[in-house]
Design a protein around this ligand. Structure first.
Ligand code: CO
Length: 478
């Protein structure tokens, strides 16, 4: 392969997006290097597995039928298995070759629409039940998570469906996030309820059927992908990518395309008391868009919040397949921004912590979420010396100094880096990162294990085939 920026065929797109995931299992995946002997457990990652249905090509990276990938790591050996997520939208797509449910940016054909009318709102298509974004253990259940409140329980051995869970009954007119927050007994999630008056609500989804903890009325609900949490507060950030709910009733275009970017409104931030559910403070700031919250904590009168933000929502446009297939694709850079939200003066200050492009940000969540002593954010990045194309490197950002360290290798497209601490780990870089990397030179993928302190490779487990570029994973020690 030629070095340099211009892959005239965009081999990332052909191997990492525009291809249906090959489903197989493999014992004893070939390993290069030495996997640390203390690293035992399973790494499961969720994400797109199919964007080309038999009779229909989907429009957007977020439209795909989801697939789960599992790497079981034990005694330095690795077994791999993958499976499509067996929800109704996937089954319908396989049986008919058509899209049967409304996805993020693609709707079923109008003729199908009519056949599957919802009886609640006759003009609406059925919203997808495809939980393709993340994975979590909620109570004893292994869950695949998406943005409709229908989440799917799977068997961690086989990745096959066990059942669906609907923590908020009447899921039809709701959206939720694939990024719940956890503390010892709870799994909190944000739900957006559409109606004449719409609401942002926070539920404890570990206790199905429980009443919402907080409920904030809102005229034009925003597209929201995640939220924040400190020890005492929830933080809801809503950029001005908003929808007028009445327009959803007529449903003239796919879900996300009903939203408008209204920078004149600025962004809204609510700090909500976890104990009472009451709004402690509301902030209106310059407009921004974000998918992911990174961390948040309290400091005197302030709530400090780090998010992975953009100046506008154009990143959503760039994730359409027609954009991703462009050989000269240039992604807008998301950066880590630190907001200092003063609860007394109701003033918000913002600072960009590093110029590095970052997305799919991860921290050492189990130990450092809500802790001011946290230092490091890990994510996928566009390397400053290879600006064109998709995310082609991993970055580690020191949130205290703004210093960046990259992992970069020619023709490689690493996915989200998941941190796991070493035994007796002293800080949030003392551990390893796990990332599924697409190598377009070899036309295959590998599981990369990096030393998080040095960002140097420790080992890799090499698959014979490429893995479609995905979203979020977790490592579950066993
Ligand atoms: Co996400």
């Amino acid at each position: 392969m030629e070095s340099g920026n211009l892959n005239s065929s965009n081999s990332f797109f052909e191997l990492g997006v525009n291809r249906n995931q090959k489903i197989y299992s493999l014992k004893n995946v070939p390993v290069q290097g030495k996997i640390p002997e203390w690293l035992n457990g399973i790494f499961i990652r969720n994400g797109p597995g199919m964007l080309n249905l038999k009779n229909r090509r989907l429009n957007h990276w977020f439209d795909a039928m989801g697939a789960l990938h599992k790497f079981e790591i034990r005694g330095g050996k690795v077994d791999y298995t993958c499976s499509f997520i067996e929800c109704e939208s996937y089954k319908g797509a396989i049986e008919s070759g058509e899209l049967k449910f409304s996805e993020f940016a693609t709707d079923p054909c109008r003729s199908i629409f009519k056949k599957v009318q919802s009886y609640v709102f006759p003009s609406l298509p059925n919203m997808t039940d495809n939980p393709k974004i993340g994975v979590a253990r909620i109570g004893e259940k292994w869950m695949a998570l998406g943005e409709t409140p229908m989440q799917l329980e799977f068997d961690p051995e086989t990745l096959k469906k066990i059942g669906v869970s609907e923590p908020v009954p009447g899921a039809f007119a709701y959206k939720t996030t694939a990024h719940p927050h956890f503390d010892k007994e709870h799994a909190y999630n944000l739900v957006v309820k559409f109606g004449m008056i719409s609401y942002y609500k926070i539920y404890d989804v570990a206790n199905p059927g429980a009443k919402p903890i907080a409920s904030i009325p809102v005229k034009r609900p925003a597209y929201i992908h995640g939220f924040g949490m400190t020890k005492k507060y929830f933080i809801i950030t809503a950029g001005p990518l908003v929808v007028v709910p009445i327009e959803l009733l007529f449903w003239k275009r796919p879900y996300i395309e009903n939203h408008q970017w209204r920078p004149q409104d600025g962004a809204s931030i609510w700090v909500i008391d976890k104990a009472t559910g009451k709004v402690k403070a509301h902030f209106n700031t310059d407009p921004f868009f974000c998918f992911h919250h990174v961390n948040a904590w309290e400091e005197g009168n302030e709530v400090v919040m780090d998010i992975n933000a953009y100046d506008d929502a154009s990143i959503i446009q760039k994730y359409y397949l027609r954009e991703l297939e462009q050989p000269n694709l240039e992604l807008p850079f998301g950066t880590i921004r630190r907001f200092r939200l003063n609860l007394a003066t109701k003033k918000a200050d913002v600072q960009i912590l590093s110029d590095a492009c970052i997305e799919l940000p991860r921290i050492d969540y189990n130990r450092f979420n809500t802790e001011s002593s946290y230092q490091f954010v890990y994510g996928v990045s566009v390397h400053p010396e290879q600006r064109q194309g998709f995310y082609n490197s991993l970055v580690k950002i020191n949130s205290q100094t703004g210093n960046n360290t990259y992992w970069f290798q020619k023709d490689c497209y690493p996915g989200e880096p998941v941190f796991y601490p070493s035994p007796n780990s002293k800080n949030d870089e003392d551990g390893i990162l796990l990332s599924i990397v697409l190598d377009t030179g070899l036309a295959s993928s590998f599981l990369l294990i990096l030393d998080a302190t040095t960002m140097q490779e420790i080992a890799r487990a090499e698959l014979p085939d490429p893995v479609v570029y995905g979203f979020h994973g977790e490592f579950f020690p066993q």
